[in-house]
Design a binder for this molecule. Sequence first.
Ligand code: GUN
Length: 282
Amino acid sequence: MAATLIDGRAVAKAFKEEIAQRTQVMIAQGVTPHLAVVLVGENPASQVYVRNKENGCIKAGIRSTVIRLEESCTQQELEDTVKRLNEDESVHGILVQLPLPRHLDEAAVLRLIDPDKDVDGFHAMNSGRLMNGQPGFVPCTPLGVMKLLEQYGIDPKGKHAVVIGRSNIVGKPMAMLLLAANATVTICHSRTQNLAEITRQADILVAAVGRANFVTADMVRPGAAVIDVGINRVDGKIVGDVDFDAVAEVAGYITPVPGGVGQMTIAMLLANTLDAAAKRGR
Ligand code: GUN
C-alpha cells in the first residue's frame, strides 16, 4: 500500500478523551451535558447508529436519553416529542435519527428542532449559517472529515476538492466546509457526466455515494487524499464507497472503513453536544 492510512479511530479516541475531560469540568460546575436521540421504527442500520451514539455519550460521561417511537407513529406524535425536548431545560442536544419512515415529513420535523439544540446541524438556520460563514452547529460527518484532514496536515487551501454526493447530511455541508477552508470545490452526483474525468482532478476526493466499491483506482489522481464516507454492508461485512485495496496503491492518503470517518462522526456529535451545553450554561 502506497498511501498513508488516515487512522480515524486514533484521532477520534483523542477527541473523545478531551471531550470526557471537558464533560467532567462541566459536571463539576453543575451542568450535565445531555443528548436526546429520537429513533422512529426498526431500521437496522439506524438501531446500530443510535446504539453507538448512546455508547459514545456514556463513555464520555454525557447523559443520553433515547426516545423510541413505533414505526407507525404519527407526525403529530413525533412533533410533540421534539417540542417537549425543545422545552426540556435539562436537554442540550436533540437528534432525530434519519431516515424516518416514509409516511413522516422529515423536513417539517427538522424545522421544529430548536436551532440551539440542533447538534446534527440539519436545521435550515444552521445550514444557512454554514453557507454564510457564520458560527453554528455543523453536521458531524463532514466536520469529522475536516478534523481528519487537519490532523494529517492536509490543508485544503488552493486545492481542488471533489465531493461525490449532494446530500444535506454529508455532500452539501462537506462542500461548504471545504470552500470555507479555501479549496476549489466541485460537487458531483448521480447525474454528473464524465465523473472519472472530474475525480481524477481531485487533490482531495470525498466519496459519499452509498455504493460499495464505487470509487476505483482509475478515478483517483496519484497522491490524492481519498476520504471514504460510505458505510455499506456487503455479505455481512462493512465496506465503504472506495475500492480500498486498489485505490490505496494510487492515493497519497486514504481512510479505511471501518476505522475512518465513522469514528469521527460520533466524536463530533459529542463535541457539538458539549458546545450546546456550554452555551446554555445549565
Ligand atoms: N442518518 C445517517 N447519518 C445521520 C446523522 O448524522 N444524523 C442523523 N440524525 N441521522 C443520520
